[in-house]
Design a protein around this ligand. Structure first.
Ligand code: UT7
Length: 334
């Protein structure tokens, strides 16, 4: 049975930075509160006049991953995009990305699994490669969450940001790459985080931001607790299934929703924080994009090295959560 190796990673974020001081001008909040409660200092905001669509960000991240993997567009047989903020209800972001990167030999589709979209997409890609149905798969997490934000709700608008990350998965005979994937959901709690109707235009400071007639609603406290127990639980499952212990893990790349959630997961797993990769201070919560964005940054800054055991772990709306355990193979920074 072939193994699915990650042979390239890429990411892309919008140019515009909105820092906590900028948010103080939009809602009744403070840099002190946001930093203390979430660890977030700034986030990126996609702008219409710069054509920073979900598809454009996803395509840019994809091109960077393809370049690192040395993979041409016509080699890609599958494109799977995890997203909850595709530019249109249909067609899929994946099909719009396919056009941008000219990967016309691929089947392209989206996965809607909240912030676990990339983890669900990895699960499908890994299974397809193992089953011999796919040889070269492009997996993307791309979001423009700021289009869904209620800019009058300080409980949510300070948390979210835009961006995209991508990975090329290829079939290889040598063992390694993805060791296992684990995905779970519990629809009983869908109403802890969902999109509702609402169409307030963004405030003056955010002129040029796209907005759609939906708003994100969230029950933060209850989600926080679910996030910690679900992520810690599924990480344990991944370790046990592979006969590994926490000492075997070189790096954990968790979903970047809140630094306090990551710290609580670290405490529960008894893995020190210096083995967790975080960039939530720069990007906020970018939903499906958060793990591939962090993975690309960790890869390009040599926080992940050949042979490392890496744990990816996510949590999001649905509720959904997931983990992927990897034995990292060296990638060529390109
Ligand atoms: O991506 C996956 C899904 N998302 C998550 O997993 C997010 C999980 N939840 C969280 O990260 C946290 O619950 C939040 C960051 C959303 C909120 O932090 P918290 O420590 O749970 O705060 P809280 O909601 O309990 O609010 C505490 C206080 C409240 O004031 P009172 O009632 O104590 O007077 C809020 O009104 O903080 C107030 N507050 C704010 N103050 C200043 C809430 N948002 C803000 C704000 N600025 N932006």
């Amino acid at each position: 049975m072939p193994f699915a190796h990650i042979t390239g990673t890429g990411s892309a974020v919008p140019e515009r930075i909105l820092d906590n001081a900028g948010l103080e001008q939009i809602v009744d909040t403070s840099d002190e509160w946001i930093t203390r409660r979430t660890g977030i200092k700034e986030r990126r905001i996609a702008m219409v006049d710069k054509n920073e669509t979900t598809a454009a960000l996803g395509a840019l991240a994809a091109r960077r991953a393809m370049q690192m993997a040395g993979v041409s567009a016509d080699q890609i047989d599958t494109i799977i995009t995890g997203t909850v903020s595709a530019d249109r209800i249909f067609p899929s972001a994946a099909c719009m990305i396919q056009k941008e990167i000219e990967a016309f030999n691929a089947a392209a589709y989206d996965i809607s699994a909240g912030c676990s979209g990339f983890m669900y997409a990895l699960d499908i890609a890994n299974n397809n490669i193992k089953a011999g149905m796919s040889k070269t798969c492009l997996v993307i997490g791309a979001e423009r969450l700021t289009t869904l934000v209620n800019w009058k709700d300080r409980g949510t608008c300070v948390l979210l940001g835009d961006g995209a990350g991508a990975a090329i998965l290829q079939n290889r005979a040598e063992p390694g790459g993805i060791l296992s994937t684990h995905i779970k959901s519990d629809g009983r709690y869908w109403d802890l985080l969902y999109s509702d109707s609402g169409n307030d235009p963004p405030p003056e400071l955010l002129k040029g931001l796209a907005s759609v007639p939906f708003h994100l609603k969230m029950e933060g406290n209850r989600l926080f607790k679910q996030a910690v127990s679900s992520m810690a639980g599924i990480a344990e499952t991944a370790l046990v299934q592979n006969g590994l212990t926490r000492e075997d893990i070189q790096l954990v790349i968790p979903h970047q929703a809140n630094l306090r959630i990551i710290q609580a997961v670290a405490e529960k797993l008894k893995i020190p924080m210096d083995r967790f990769f975080t960039n939530v201070h720069k990007y906020g919560n970018t939903s499906s994009a958060s793990i591939p964005l962090a993975m690309d940054e960790a890869n390009r800054s040599s926080r992940i090295n050949h042979g490392d055991i890496v744990l990816l772990v996510s949590f999001g709306a649905g509720l959904t959560w997931g983990a992927t355990l990897l034995k990292w193979a060296a990638t060529n920074p390109g």
